[in-house]
Design a binder for this molecule. Structure first.
Ligand SMILES: [Mg+2]
Length: 194
């Protein structure tokens, strides 16, 4: 069995990160909510969509070390290892940001994986895809049986491989299929498959 896993907002927890980075840049007032959505909504409500795009480049390109790993992820991966369940990371990530300084987003994410994941779980296979179509093709070519992602747009995409079971990691939105809000639940799900 092989499980493909998205990276951003599935393994990497950005809670508070956009808020702190935006404060640091002077883009938002302190009283803005701390979630990514609250920061985005504030900037867009001010007609500052450009700043939102720049902020994303800054976080993904220069401040990724502020981000943490979702609770329960390591425990779930240990269970995968113990049960010989194979896994890999497949991430839709452009090499450069859409706007602002030309950070190398792939290098930053690789560094984050090496410093935050590898010390706990050992080497992990990962692929960065420039487009959603490339991501879907990679999910297929890596022969994943399951794919975990926080975006319904990926899992419900017409190009999502039919032989792969989609699993949503997102407690905030409605979804007809399997949905999880914590990695602990994903671990339980795969334990039941053993
Ligand atoms: Mg994601």
């Amino acid at each position: 069995m092989k499980v493909g896993i998205d990276l951003d907002n599935t393994i990497i927890n950005y809670t508070g990160v956009f808020y702190h980075a935006a404060l640091e840049k002077g883009f938002i007032p302190v009283e803005t909510g701390e979630s990514k959505v609250a920061v985005k909504e504030y900037l867009c409500s001010q007609g500052q969509e450009d700043l939102w795009t720049k902020l994303q480049g800054y976080v993904y390109g220069a401040r990724l070390e502020l981000a943490s790993v979702y609770k329960g992820f390591f425990s779930c991966l240990k269970m995968f290892k113990d049960n010989k369940i194979d896994y890999c990371i497949i991430s839709h990530k452009t090499k450069k940001p859409f706007k602002g300084p030309r950070y190398d987003l792939h290098a930053q994410a690789s560094q984050w994986i090496k410093s935050q994941l590898v010390p706990h779980i050992g080497d992990i296979e990962y692929t960065f895809c420039e487009t959603i179509e490339e991501k879907l093709a990679t999910i297929e070519s890596k022969a994943c049986d399951y794919f975990i992602d926080d975006l319904v747009m990926v899992l419900n995409h017409t190009g999502f491989p039919t032989q792969v079971s989609p699993l949503l990691f997102n407690g905030l939105i409605d979804y007809d299929g399997e949905r999880f809000t914590e990695w602990r639940e994903i671990e339980e799900f795969f334990k039941r498959k053993q």
